[in-house]
Design a protein around this ligand. Structure first.
Ligand code: CP
Ligand code: NVA
Length: 313
């Protein structure tokens, strides 16, 4: 069976920024190999006897299923820890939770609002902590996405990805991902909804080493020109439900529809992390059209997350 080395064993997976280009390349390679094993029906119990705790302070379909099923397929076991049931929801601190869970589990995945909570958990837990999405970042998503892009385009270096819409957690992690693999990333957002300046600057510094360009524009048409990958996400993320209606007006120009897609590279693929608001940030015809790879992208979360667990835990 394909051998996984210990180079990343024990590491937290909190941001793509923390990993070198070689390390990201390695995680993608492990993802590809694990996908092949799974498709061939070959047992691959890299994490036999190990357990992952999954804390979800926000809803999830893909991330939860990918980690839970992934852990099972790796020979381990995953526990879903809802804040409604665990003492964290009644005010036990992150620190104490980490000190306890770190003694019983082999890894902890957390999806929460405040990014600081993930850092605090990782500070005190003795085991690897995986960021399953915060208001700031969504790194596990981008590993699955890079895998998907590779499957269609081969080499990532030199591609151009255009992210259309809210400069949110997914956009931030895409910037970090582009920087590490040498893929140009342009974000087209309405004023006031651009990605965080500090993240952009940090990502740009890394991108320079990889020979990639990262930039922000307002015009979605300018962004998609010649793009190999078009990426979009909801205009209002989890926790922003109250702003959703107001935002819709500001984002009207930012729908990924066939007109916008026609301005990209003719072989461009369309990604969306999902869940989508069909008819808002993406039209039905694009989402269900021949250039859309969104469901393959969703499937790749499983293979990518198995890789993240198998290398770190
Ligand atoms: N893309 C993503 O993270 O989906 P879920 O919210 O369903 O996990
Ligand atoms: N930006 C979205 C991604 C969901 C997977 C959110 O945070 O709600």
């Amino acid at each position: 069976m394909y051998e996984i080395n210990d180079s990343l064993r024990g590491r937290d997976f909190i941001s793509i920024y923390d990993f070198s280009p070689e390390e990201i390349k390695y995680i993608l390679e492990v993802g590809r190999e694990i996908k092949k094993l799974q498709k061939a029906g070959i047992q691959h119990h890299y994490l036999a006897g190990k357990t992952l705790g999954m804390i979800f302070q926000k809803a999830s379909t893909r991330t939860r299923v990918a980690f839970e099923v992934g852990m099972y397929q790796l020979g381990g076991h995953a526990l879903f820890l809802s804040p409604r049931d665990i003492q964290l929801g009644r005010g036990e601190t992150i620190k104490d939770t980490a000190l306890v869970l770190g003694r019983m589990l082999d890894g902890i995945m957390i999806r929460t609002f405040d990014h600081e909570e993930v850092l605090e958990l990782a500070k005190w837990a003795e085991v690897p902590v995986i960021n399953g999405l915060t208001d700031l970042l969504h790194p596990t998503q981008i590993i699955g996405d890079l895998m998907t892009i590779q499957e269609h385009k081969g080499e990532l270096k030199g591609l151009k990805a255009a992210f259309i819409g809210d400069g949110n957690n997914v956009a931030h992690s895409l910037l970090y991902g582009g920087a590490r693999v040498g893929m140009d990333v342009v974000i087209a957002s309405p004023p006031e909804f651009e990605p965080d300046n500090e993240i952009l600057a940090r990502a740009q510094a890394q991108a320079q080493q990889a020979g990639a360009k990262l930039w922000v524009v307002q015009d979605p048409e300018e962004a998609v020109a010649g793009a190999d990958v078009i990426y979009t996400d909801v205009w209002a993320s989890m926790g922003q439900e109250e702003e959703a209606e107001k935002k819709e007006q500001q984002f009207l120009k930012y729908q990924v529809n066939s007109r916008l897609l026609s301005l990209a590279h003719p072989q461009a693929i369309v990604l969306h992390c999902l869940p989508a608001k069909r008819g808002k940030e993406i039209s039905d015809e694009v989402m269900d059209g021949p250039q859309s790879v969104v469901f393959q992208e969703a499937e790749n979360r499983l293979h990518a997350h198995k890789a993240i667990m198998a290398v770190t835990m």
